[in-house]
Design a protein around this ligand. Sequence first.
Ligand SMILES: [Zn+2]
Length: 181
Amino acid sequence: MSGPPRPRRPTTAALAPPPPAPDAPSSEPTPVPSKAKPLEKRPYLLDFFPLETADQTRLHRFFDRLREGRLSTTRCRRDGELHWPPRTACPRCRSDDLEWVDLPDRGHVYAFSAVLAGAPLGMEDDIPFAVGLVDLEGVPLRIFGRIEGRPWASLRIGEPVRTESYDIGGGRVFYRFRTVE
Ligand SMILES: [Zn+2]
């Protein structure tokens, strides 16, 4: 039910110069640390999508598979729990003995809405667009994502959709849904 996998990212705080001690003697002027950060360091907080490579996330296999057009997730080998989003340890039994399984590529719209303003970075030119919750066929998973294929105003609850992967630039991919006629 929750959103796309959001691997933790290293904070840039450790790279910042230490702040001047507030009670330091002021005999010598303290150099003011530059507040400018390298361009590639910002604005990562506004980057809607996860980082995807093996050195960035332990869930990189999710994205490797997505590049092959396969939406997948993890399943616990101990208790069979199917996770969404994919995990590195089972939230039910805490085992890290997990396997990757492909998810069905068909589902039905459970609920949807439209983004009419305030789109995330990089999606400003896409509005209006539909987002929604989709019940995947045959598995107890209801997952969130964009819904393409028809204008949002003509979407219907229960509408059949299929999953697809798409290029979001910068060598990254993500999943979304598309209506099927
Ligand atoms: Zn488990």
